[in-house]
Design a binder for this molecule. Structure first.
Ligand SMILES: [Zn+2]
Length: 285
């Protein structure tokens, strides 16, 4: 696990085991807030040990940016923490997380100590402000990657923990492309020092605008590829020819997952475009 100090009392953690997934800690005078947990038990436990031994404090709140396993399955290692998330996150962890974990446990004995812990302090479309010492954490909706996405702005430091709504390569199949466009435009207005992406490296101030533009370019490129595929005799062959570099993304690490995420994005965009065509046909009748 990598660890870095982002600003005063703000820390960042990145897995070197699974897809460069990230988590954060904000430390106050009496307690600390954890933003997401990491994918494997030992990584979440290593964060807990760092907070307790080196920072001499403990985690009182966990904010889950969304329900996906690599961000929430470490909740159980912080039994005294109150978990904050979107209302849908709690529902989705119950509906999908619990069966997914039961299934995963059959295949991987390293997961036996994990238990799904549901968020109990939840928000819907509004915002939530959490004060920690002199800092304020503003929790805002961040859909796009998943319907339950939230992001955390460290107001005074202009650091945004964006969850997977911001990734080195946007990932859509559990989300919605229009929401993602809207979220990026929202982020553009925030005048940020850093974006902590749900996976990958921290985006520094000078890279914020180019990163937003690059991701918007990518989203446009996959939508365009999907529309072109609709007009082809063999759409799947055409989609297979549209590799990640052609869509403006290269040199993305993510533990080697980029090509697979890209393929799934293209299929998702194609199926979305196909549904729109069918809906239009129905209307025309
Ligand atoms: Zn995710």
């Amino acid at each position: 696990m990598h660890r870095e100090r982002v600003s005063d009392n703000v820390y960042w953690f990145q897995s070197n085991v699974y897809a460069q997934v990230t988590a954060g800690v904000v430390v106050g005078p009496k307690w600390a807030v954890l933003i997401d947990t990491l994918a494997l038990p030992e990584e979440s436990i290593a964060i807990r040990d760092f907070v307790e031994r080196e920072l001499q404090t403990s985690i009182r709140y966990i904010i889950n940016t969304h329900y996906h396993a690599d961000h929430t399955w470490g909740n159980c290692f912080f039994p005294d923490a109150t978990i904050i998330a979107h209302t849908r996150c709690s529902e989705l962890l119950y509906e999908r997380g619990i069966p997914a974990l039961n299934d995963a446990k059959k295949r991987n004995s390293a997961l036996h100590q994990i238990e799904i812990i549901l968020p109990t302090m939840t928000l819907d479309d509004g915002e939530l402000l959490l004060q920690i010492g002199k800092k304020h954490l503003k929790i805002i909706p961040a859909p796009g990657h998943s319907e339950d996405g939230i992001a955390v702005l460290v107001v005074e430091d202009r650091v945004l923990f964006a969850g997977d709504a911001f990734m080195p390569i946007p990932y859509l199949p559990d989300g919605n492309i229009e929401d993602m466009y809207a979220f990026y435009e929202n982020v553009r207005e925030m005048s940020l020092e850093n974006i902590v992406q749900g996976h990958g490296e921290i985006i520094l101030r000078g890279e914020v605008e180019p990163s937003i533009n690059e991701n918007l370019y990518y989203l446009n490129a996959i939508e365009k590829a999907a529309r072109t595929a609709l007009r082809r005799k063999s759409p799947m062959d055409f989609l297979a020819s549209q590799d990640v570099e052609k869509c403006g993304k290269s040199r993305i690490h993510l533990g080697g997952l980029a090509a697979e995420l890209h393929k799934q994005n293209l299929e998702f965009a194609y199926n979305t475009a196909l549904k729109e065509v069918d809906a239009n046909k129905k209307q025309a009748r």
